[in-house]
Design a binder for this molecule. Structure first.
Ligand code: DAH
Length: 344
């Protein structure tokens, strides 16, 4: 039987070599390798062979199969490459659709770069979090009325014995305590983080989507003041908006910062004179402030020694303001309409 198989192999090598078309090649493939082909017949016959030879016959059949298979593949390529097709060189080329990066990803990359240039380190923290990190540790009492402003999604019946209910992060400030604890566990006492993540709130209208992105800066060091906060914000405005816009700090209240501000940016449409969009020449960008002593304490930093400043703004929002896109509904950024998205 072995001899027969070897002969079969030699014959196959010869015939494959002689063949001139893909169709003929396919016939040979079926003849040798097909379900009822020659090799299949030998495989069936193994059971009648003497016991001592079964194994070596099996190996031989397998080798033969591999040889024939690879010869057929090679030959197919050779035939294909030598068949000449007539090409009309005057036809226009085929347009291949290429993908592109989504505007929000682009904005995130650009924001990261701006902050990385001044030594901030990009971070991401869980988007499914415990209440403690989103609220409790940030100085919100259990019944603090400000919690309502964050329109939070809670994960039903999930509760941590120490950290409270489970939720979807309504703001990136939830990364502050995690970052401080991490720094402390490494023995670091300086933080410059930029945490850019998805955030979720129970809101959907022209200026809100239930999922959006925020970027959160947190800086902790020994000698920090509002001047450092303002300097960082001015630097960001210059780099991101191209030096034409101004920033304004307006007193506000957040439980986790003291003092707290809202940051406004001068309106690009009316150049600060006041128009339909901005009313008074300024548009609100987001919050900022000096980290509250209780928050420092919760993160393991002694507020008598350390100071911090923080800010948290919406990615989609700053992007819309930068490009002066005239987008009147933020939800369109998350539409699946390619012709719309391709504009950016
Ligand atoms: N987390 C706040 C929000 O979502 C924004 C914010 C305000 C972040 C002040 C901060 C901050 O880091 O210091 O509305």
């Amino acid at each position: 039987m072995k001899e027969e198989i070897t002969n079969l192999r030699n014959q196959a090598v010869f015939r494959i070599n002689e063949v001139g078309s893909v169709d003929e090649l396919e016939k040979l493939r079926i003849f040798y390798l097909g379900r009822n082909g020659k090799l299949a017949q030998y495989i069936k016959a193994i059971k009648d062979a003497p016991k001592s030879e079964k194994k070596s016959i099996g190996v031989l059949i397998n080798d033969t199969k591999n040889v024939i298979e690879s010869l057929i593949t090679n030959k197919k390529n050779v035939i294909k490459s030598t068949v000449r097709e007539w090409v009309d060189m005057t036809l226009p080329g085929e347009q291949i659709d290429t993908g592109s990066i989504h505007v929000v990803t682009k904005a995130i990359d650009e924001i990261s770069r701006v902050f990385e240039n001044i030594g901030f380190v990009r971070r991401r923290y869980p988007e499914v979090e415990w209440d403690y990190f989103a609220f409790g540790s940030l100085n919100f009492d259990k019944w603090h009325p400000a919690r309502d402003e964050w329109e939070t999604f809670f994960v039903e019946s999930m509760e941590h014995p120490k950290y409270g209910p489970m939720l979807l992060t309504p703001h990136t400030s939830s990364g502050q305590i995690r970052e401080m604890q991490k720094a402390r566990s490494r023995g670091d006492d300086v933080i410059r983080m930029i945490n850019i993540s998805k955030t979720y709130r129970r809101q959907s209208d022209a200026s809100h989507t239930p999922m959006f992105h925020q970027f959160e800066g947190l800086v902790i060091d020994k000698n920090l003041s509002i001047a450092n906060l303002k300097g960082t914000i001015d630097y960001f405005m210059d780099s991101f908006f191209g030096g034409k816009r101004k920033a304004r700090l307006r007193p506000y209240n957040f439980p986790f910062t003291e003092p707290s501000f809202e940051i406004d940016i001068s309106c690009d449409i009316c150049k600060g004179r006041g128009c339909k969009l901005c009313k008074e020449g300024w548009l609100e960008l987001g919050g900022a402030g000096m980290v509250h002593p209780n928050v420092l304490k919760n993160g393991g930093f002694d507020p008598r020694i350390y100071r911090g400043f923080a800010f948290g703004w919406g990615v989609e929002r700053v992007f819309m303001m930068k490009e002066n896109l005239g987008i009147d509904d933020i939800r369109t950024i998350y539409s699946t309409d390619l012709s719309y998205l391709k504009q950016f």
